[in-house]
Design a protein around this ligand. Structure first.
Ligand code: WT7
Length: 650
């Protein structure tokens, strides 16, 4: 409690990096070389976008053939390094395997049961080549889509890199998602093959991923093969002629495979993310721009040095893992730690044990995880020597100052700056983020990354200072999404309609007197559960797909640990009796339809839901009533009496 007060009183504190630390950073070294004296100068000079990113590309990218133009902007589409031939796998793997990083560790992986595997750059390169050849042998070609449904095991980055190597487009689906979610995504992108495993370990049990995959691909005629990596050795159902064991497929393959020379703007992957309405959106990223954005941000924000041991403790199934577990660390020749299991298995100090054991020097995680560790108590942390840590990161949602301070004090021992990085699946890499030279204010993502330009607009498109508004990005950046798969209108509508030629992030934010950004959360109806976006509409449609449910409205209730937890209001079909068993059934049903992460914490049965005259369920009204806030004007409702049905639940 005392600590809480302390935090509130000192919220305005500024945390300055030490002079010695600043002097040794990658960004400072670059500034010195370019005669740039201050952070403000850096931000200003880098607004010459093409100059800045071209300079960055000289450090981080090796093209097969030169480009004609650094950037081509035809709103809302951007191209980077037009005319060049490029493949991210060259920078992530090929050049290291043949160069000085050959024998350096790329991954140190630990399974939940405690088994360990290590891959040098050369070993990783050979594994990737063998799988790439294996994929070719079953007819996967440049431009084909391949689904990847794998947990946090080395096979996951290997599968992604093998696809990218031959120019196939990977569509990774988070292994915590259900068979139904996998099915929907595989159909949307017309995948030709899926890569999965028999099962994996989570909280001491195994999750039968192959079984789930079978369910998902039972009615997807386009999928010709399922490649199965053996992780647990459990017995799995088998479809002869369709299923292939990973190890059998790779047995016969050569460990050299030529990397496909792609057009710099060819798609590298599609990754699905939740939107306000409808099905998940297939966000598209392309080789060179994405590669530049992720490597430059990782090098400057996390100040990666040759001897760092990096741990981004996210799941590769989300964009954080794509960018900062797979592609960027490899591009920089970094050693990464990867862990399969739950943070509290076997005990709540598993993470701290891992940091101590491998001398992790930089940890990147989410506010949700930090709050979870806070709830376990400091004793678990204090048992371990975390002195190897020199820098910390946060991502996924706004970090509350209380969690910030806890992270700073108990994990960073008051000597590590915290990089609170704001970005999205769509942006590909950090966009608003401190650099290690930035003065920090807990809870603020501080300023745009150099070369990125952001502002806060009111509804009419005028910039607003010190008041809430829409967070917008004013110019294209290298990792900017290239569109939504098969949905150009939705792309236009979602991001470019409100303010023409400006990118609408969908977040609300405030810009303070020092030019610091304070992201307040989503403006649209998207839930933020443990730092991940889940559309309210997705959970609602999962509920309504149950035969006993007529209608459903779902809201997010602020949760101490998860950011938000899901509360559902459900109107049942006529004649269906309300019961606790039915609540349980609906809870499980949502788990099966989307995944455990989307299961409502509470379900309330109601006789009616407040609607507009056109029949749209008024989530905002429901949310206000449920959370005990001012409901406001209900005169536009077709059935204002339905508001009384909604219980105030706080
Ligand atoms: C949304 C993007 C970026 C990888 C993880 C989530 C929220 C993300 C921050 C932050 C405040 C943040 C925003 C954003 N968000 N990082 N540091 N401070 N909010 O990726 O699923 O695409 O979600 O997460 O609301 O729009 P995503």
């Amino acid at each position: 409690m005392a600590e809480k007060l302390d935090v509130l009183l000192k919220e305005k504190r500024v945390f300055k990096p030490s002079k010695n630390f600043v002097e040794q950073t990658n960004v400072k070294e670059w500034m010195n070389k370019h005669g740039i004296k201050t952070y403000d100068d850096l931000l200003e000079k880098s607004q010459d976008t093409e100059w800045f990113w071209e300079e960055m590309s000289k450090i981080f990218l090796e093209f097969y053939s030169p480009y004609k133009k650094v950037m081509e902007w035809k709103p809302p589409y951007v191209k980077w390094f037009t005319g060049a031939k490029y493949n991210i796998v060259h920078d992530a793997l090929d050049k290291h395997a043949k160069g000085k990083n050959k024998s350096k560790l790329a991954y140190i992986w630990e399974g939940e049961p405690g088994d360990v595997e290590k891959y040098t750059y050369e070993e990783l390169y050979h594994e990737v080549n063998r799988l790439a050849n294996g994929l070719k042998s079953i007819g996967i070609k440049k431009g084909d889509h391949v689904g990847i449904y794998l947990p946090m095991i080395p096979a996951l980055p290997i599968a992604m890199l093998a696809c990218a190597k031959i120019g196939a487009i990977h569509a990774v689906v988070f292994s915590g998602f259900s068979a139904h979610a996998l099915h929907e995504r595989m159909v949307d992108c017309s995948a030709k093959a899926v890569i999965t495993c028999d099962g994996f370990y989570r909280r001491g049990k195994t999750v039968p991923l192959k079984k789930q995959t079978d369910e998902a691909v039972a009615n997807t005629p386009k999928i010709k093969n399922t490649i199965v990596f053996k992780r647990t050795g459990e017995t799995v159902p088998w479809n002869a002629g369709k299923d292939l064991w990973w190890h059998e497929l790779l047995e016969k393959q050569d460990d050299e495979c030529e990397t496909e020379k792609m057009d710099a703007n060819d798609t590298i992957f599609v990754l699905y993310t939740s939107g306000t309405t409808g099905a998940p959106k297939g966000v598209l990223h392309s080789h060179a721009g994405y590669a530049l954005g992720i490597s430059a941000t990782m090098s400057w924000v996390f100040d990666i040095k040759d001897d760092d041991v990096w741990w981004c403790a996210a799941d590769v199934g989300w964009i954080t893992g794509h960018s900062y577990i797979v592609y960027a660390p490899l591009m920089l020749g970094t050693t990464s730690v990867m862990y399969e299991g739950a943070p509290d298995t076997p005990k709540p100090d598993r993470w701290w044990e891992i940091i101590e054991k491998y001398k992790v020097s930089i940890l990147y995680t989410s506010p949700t995880s930090i709050r979870m560790f806070m709830s376990f108590g400091e004793d678990w942390v204090e048992k371990h020597n975390l002195s190897s840590l020199r820098l910390l990161g946060s991502v996924g949602e706004p970090i509350n100052p209380e969690a910030w301070i806890w992270y700073y004090k108990h994990i960073g021992n008051k000597k590590c700056q915290i990089m609170d990085t704001w970005w999205q699946t769509e942006t590909g890499h950090h966009c608003i983020t401190p650099l290690p030279i930035t003065d920090l204010k807990p809870g603020s993502g501080t300023k745009p990354f150099p070369g990125v330009s952001a502002d806060v607009f009111d509804d009419s498109g005028k910039p607003v200072k010190n008041a809430g508004g829409s967070l917008v990005l004013l110019k294209p950046w290298p990792g900017m999404l290239r569109g939504l798969y098969k949905a150009p209108e939705r792309f236009q509508e979602t991001y470019w309609k409100k303010y023409p030629k400006r990118y609408l992030t969908g977040d609300m934010a405030r810009l303070d007197e020092d030019g610091y950004f304070w992201v307040q959360g989503r403006a649209d109806d998207v839930l933020s559960i443990a730092g991940h976006r889940i559309g309210n509409s997705e959970v609602e449609s999962a509920l309504v797909s149950h035969p006993k449910v007529a209608e459903a409205a779902v809201i997010g209730r602020p949760s101490e640990i998860k950011g938000e937890s899901i509360v559902a209001f459900v109107r049942l079909m006529k004649g269906v009796e309300e019961s606790d068993d039915l609540k349980k059934e609906l809870f499980n049903h949502v788990g099966e339809e989307i995944g455990k992460i989307a299961r409502p914490e509470e379900i309330w049965f109601v006789k009616d839901l407040p609607k507009t005259r056109s029949g749209k369920i008024m989530r905002r009204v429901i949310k206000s009533k449920a959370l005990g806030k001012e409901v406001g004007d209900t005169s536009t409702l077709a059935n204002p009496e339905a508001v009384d049905e909604i219980k105030t639940i706080v």
